[in-house]
Design a protein around this ligand. Structure first.
Ligand SMILES: [Zn+2]
Length: 488
């Protein structure tokens, strides 16, 4: 693990940040928040559960108590989030040439309407815009290779799929079939992950989209089958799914900045407050509750701590506090938020998110994306003022940056990082608690939790008071999106 190296000189401002310990949020209060949010009574804070709504009420009551304001377009401190739950498919088959592909065994349906069609297929290579140019897809099934050329990482394949789906819909296609071949995630694991009830952003009665089917090409035979027989007829039948609306919300409050020239700039502080609920397979006296103390009662507590401290010490920029629902269902609360922002996205100069799986080093905080924005120094010094060393993501191969709510802001160009408890690897000490029933308040060091909350709070304060707003480092993947968002 490469340690973060202090590459800047600690000047006068740095000295002040280190010397001035923030007004501490009393440990007893920090502990009370974590213990309540991670209590058995909240049954693991599953999205859609009444217990998660109790957690929302709890957060809102503290936002109110700390003097945060509500926004005009919200229901008090709540932003209702429109989500629906979708059952697994009853049936699906695809027949082509002499092959018959069956649901689960050979194929998965990622999205889309039920249908029964007998139409020609067109092989479109990767289905990139270049591949699609000039193709006649009206009333046909497009068959494509997974992902993009040279990138079959399943996570990026999802994003690529959505882009192909959009373009093929515009071209009048009836379905998109992609040939799944990935060394990273075998088919059986993909099935376990995807062939379950799913939650999605949207209205349960809204129109469906173009079906997207992934076919298991583990034997590497399907490319030639479809390429050589492009233009031949296939029959595709997709059964129905049951959709139900989910009652859930983001919790949001705002603190106005004190500087007339800077208060239109907003720093978003965020933490997801949901977790994964209970284990229905637990038997007898076995613990069934995923308390989610680390993930993310701790982060929610850091958010509450920052709300308290900053409302007593208001910074120059405005601060928007967001507690997200449905992170564990696929970052859905933050997805909904950025699609339905409460202040214009171009006014949001930074997203400081807090989330984490666990920690193995109580002298550190791990900041996912630390080195990617110019807020690096402000965060490093803030951590130091809480006697913690801020380190970079020790496991970039885990794609943690893309696995928490910060990424929904980053994709739109907002410089964003995720503050996480001190982890120097993603090893046994982390896995012992990560999405396990053992992730309980009793197993935390509250001494550390208090410091963590201080570091987060101080980082927020430094960023909200800094002379200029943070920007992406040159050459970052999201730098261009940032330039477009802010028009500079
Ligand atoms: Zn989390």
């Amino acid at each position: 693990m490469k340690k973060f190296i202090l590459t800047f000189s600690v000047g006068l401002i740095g000295f002040i940040a280190v010397a001035q310990v923030p007004k501490a949020i009393p440990q007893s209060q920090v502990e009370a928040h974590v213990r309540f949010l991670a209590s058995d009574a909240l049954k693991g804070r599953d999205t859609g559960s009444p217990e998660l709504n109790i957690a929302a009420q709890y957060i809102a009551s503290y936002f109110q108590g700390y003097g945060l304001q509500t926004l005009d377009s919200t229901d008090g401190y709540f932003q209702p989030v429109s989500l629906f739950k979708e059952s697994t498919l009853s049936s699906a088959t695809l027949t082509f040439q002499d092959e018959e592909f069956q649901l689960v065994e050979d194929m998965l349906v990622l999205s889309g309407d039920s249908l029964t069609e007998e139409v020609p297929v067109v092989f479109v290579n990767y289905g990139m815009p270049d591949d699609l140019e000039g193709k006649e897809l009206e009333g046909k099934i497009a068959v494509a290779l997974l992902g993009r050329p040279g990138d079959t990482n399943p996570q990026s394949a999802f994003f690529a799929s959505a882009e192909k789906q959009k373009q093929i819909t515009e071209m009048g296609g009836v379905a998109l079939v992609e040939l799944y071949r990935s060394a990273q995630i075998p088919w059986s694991l993909l099935v376990r992950y995807l062939n379950t009830e799913q939650m999605k952003v949207g209205n349960a009665t809204s129109d469906e989209e173009l079906p997207v089917v992934w076919l298991n090409d583990g034997q590497s035979t399907l490319k030639s089958l479809f390429e050589e027989n492009s233009g031949e007829m296939a029959s595709l039948s997709i059964g129905s799914k049951v959709r139900q609306p989910v009652d859930t919300k983001n919790v949001v409050g705002i603190l106005e900045g004190t500087d007339p020239d800077l208060k239109d700039e907003h720093v978003v502080l965020s933490a997801h407050y949901d977790h994964v609920g209970i284990n229905p397979q637990a038997t007898g006296s076995e613990d069934s509750i995923y308390n989610g103390a680390r993930d993310n009662a701790l982060g929610t507590t850091a958010l509450l701590s920052a709300a308290k401290y900053l409302s007593e010490n208001p910074p120059r920029r405005s601060v928007l506090f967001l507690a997200f629902t449905a992170e564990e269902k696929g970052l859905l609360g933050s997805q909904y938020y950025v699609q339905n922002p409460l202040v214009p996205m171009e006014w949001v100069v930074f997203n400081l998110n807090t989330d984490g799986a666990g920690y193995n080093d109580t002298t550190k905080v791990t900041v996912i994306g630390l080195e990617r924005t110019s807020a690096e120094e402000a965060i490093y010094l803030a951590s130091l003022s809480a006697s913690l060393d801020a380190i970079m993501d020790p496991v970039p191969e885990q794609n943690l940056y893309d696995r928490s709510d910060n990424v929904n802001f980053a994709k739109l160009g907002v410089p964003a990082v995720t503050f996480a408890p001190g982890a120097t690897d993603f090893g046994p000490e982390i896995m012992k608690y990560y999405h396990q029933v053992t992730d309980e308040a009793e197993s935390l060091s509250f001494n550390y939790v208090e410091k963590y909350c201080e570091a987060f709070t101080k980082a927020a304060e430094n960023i909200a008071n800094s002379e200029s707003a943070p920007v992406w480092k040159e050459g970052d993947k999201y730098e261009e999106a940032g330039k477009q968002l802010y028009g500079r």
